[in-house]
Design a protein around this ligand. Structure first.
Ligand code: UDX
Ligand code: ADP
Length: 459
């Protein structure tokens, strides 16, 4: 096992940022440096206004920054000084060329490997932290080992399972930490070296060591299984609306089976975020590559149901609102892909809003943390989209209220007061099933839950 003094993380995003903050906090004897090619990002990490919103993150960063946690754009110095390098750069789905729309775009990973080779003066452990398709370690390894300087770079896969919005909690009390390495002594030593970081605060029995390929695949499979549960319950929500069953009651009763469990059975407008779609498409691409089209199709259907669910939500709105939303103001409560984050990557709210704009609605969007990111995605659509910090302003004069993100704030709004400012009939579509539908109906709203019949005042 090697002794560690300096840890470098390349990539200061949603994964690298919080992960390194927690490592620095828990391991005061290490010096942790986070580098990024984006100087704006680094400036923000060094400022009072961090580039990402994550509950509890600010406190951890403020405790460690300048003590043993540093943010920098100086990648060469970072690489030279590091004993261990975490690679946490983005791996988006390819938008061009072979495998477009499905395969992962590895240009950032490869570029990182080349930077390491260029600046390193001695061998060091390289840890894959970003979600990468299976066997990326091999590609990474080939670039790193072809360094012409005779240096060795053992590769470890250590995927991150944190969810946004609960990152600090997930990093502090993970269900497990997965560390994959090659079977040779060098690989095993590298695995042990990385394990010693986590044993500072995580019980040894939660550390799972595997070979490289199992570790890479586990990350894709974990996300595919989680997403599959959401698509499964969302598919059932459509059936519930037809039959008069209530999807919340069904998921509660189903989840009480200890073999199934209660989590990730909340029906809604679909999953979003940077991982689920990307990882499932990756998994499907991988299956096809290995000549397994049936398996690829099976997993792709999880993504298909997700797209269907957002489409179905808009169709429900149109049908209820007399088949037209043209020129109608619609209040959009929530744009982030989930509560407690400002992240809008692959948010189902975007698909919903784009469809409504295609129907020529006007949108008043409210979100506590995601307004800047929402503006980048949607712009003002020729004056048809406005952005509001204040939900009451967003709802004023709206023909319908659409709840798209499960922010707790939206559960405690003064709905009787909002109703006074609405044209009649007043519509409310709960895309996350987190409001009290019966109470809203009794106030005078026509309420459309997800996965149970509507509560309307129409005869
Ligand atoms: C996910 C995984 O949970 C995490 O382990 C992995 O490392 C990265 O991807 P994240 O994308 O941050 O994390 O959020 P998550 O909490 O998993 O939610 C994903 C999406 O599913 C959100 O849009 C959320 O609103 C939706 N969701 C979740 C549901 O619609 N219903 C549920 O029951 C749970
Ligand atoms: P994730 O959600 O996986 O953390 P993000 O997009 O939030 O992804 O973060 C990835 C970060 O990696 C970005 O800030 C990006 O600028 C940075 N990055 C990408 N390529 C490189 C590179 N070659 N060197 C340093 N940083 C990089």
């Amino acid at each position: 096992m090697k002794n560690i003094r300096n840890i470098l993380c390349i990539g200061a995003g949603y994964v690298g940022g919080p992960t390194m903050a927690v490592i620095a906090d828990r391991c005061p004897e290490y010096r942790v440096t986070v580098v990024d090619i984006d100087p704006e990002r680094i400036r923000a990490w060094n400022s009072p206004r961090l580039p990402i919103y994550e509950p509890g993150l600010q406190e951890v960063v403020e405790r460690c920054r300048g003590r043993n946690l540093f943010y920098s754009t100086d990648i060469p110095a970072g690489v030279r000084e590091a004993d261990v390098i975490f690679v946490s750069v983005n791996t988006p789905t390819k938008t061009f060329g072979h495998g477009a729309g499905r395969a992962a775009d590895l240009q950032f990973v490869e570029r990182t490997a080349r930077e390491i080779v260029e600046y390193a003066q001695e061998g060091k452990i390289v840890v894959e932290k970003s979600t990468l398709p299976v066997r990326t370690a091999q590609a990474l390894s080939r670039v790193l080992q072809a360094n012409g300087k005779g240096l060795r770079f053992p590769i470890v896969s250590n995927p991150e399972f944190l969810a946004e919005g609960t990152a600090i909690q997930d990093l502090t009390f993970p269900d497990r930490v997965l560390i994959g390495g090659t079977d040779d002594p060098e690989g095993q030593e590298a695995v042990e070296t990385i394990a010693q970081i986590y044993t500072h605060w995580i019980p040894r029995e939660k550390l799972v060591t595997t070979n490289l390929w199992s570790s890479e695949l586990t990350k894709l499979v974990a996300n595919a299984f989680l997403a599959q549960r959401i698509s499964s319950i969302n598919s059932i929500s459509a059936l519930c609306e037809k039959t008069g069953a209530n999807v919340d009651q069904v998921s509660q009763a189903v989840g009480m089976d200890s073999r199934i469990g209660p989590k990730f059975l909340q029906a809604g407008i679909g999953f979003g975020g940077s991982c689920f779609r990307k990882d499932i498409l990756n998994l499907a691409y991988l299956c096809e590559h290995y000549g397994l089209p049936e398996v690829a199709q099976y997993w792709e259907s999880v993504v298909d149901i997700n797209d269907y669910q957002a489409r179905r939500f808009v169709e429900k709105i149109l049908e209820a609102m007399f088949n037209t939303v043209t020129e109608k103001k619609l209040a959009i409560l929530g744009f982030a892909f989930k509560a407690n984050t400002g992240d809008v990557r692959d948010t189902p709210a975007l698909a919903v809003c784009q469809r409504l704009l295609a129907e020529r609605a006007t949108l008043a969007i409210c979100d506590p943390k995601a307004l800047d990111n929402a503006r980048k995605e949607l712009g003002d659509a020729g004056g048809r989209v406005t952005y509001h910090q204040d939900p009451y302003q967003a709802c004023q004069d709206a023909h319908a209220i659409l709840l798209l993100t499960d922010w707790p704030l939206f559960q405690t709004l003064d709905y009787p007061k909002i109703l006074q400012g609405l044209p009649r009939p007043a519509f409310l579509f709960d895309g996350r099933n987190c409001l009290d539908h019966k109470a809203l109906f009794e106030m005078g709203y026509n309420v459309y839950p997800t996965g149970s019949p509507p509560w309307t005042h129409f005869l």
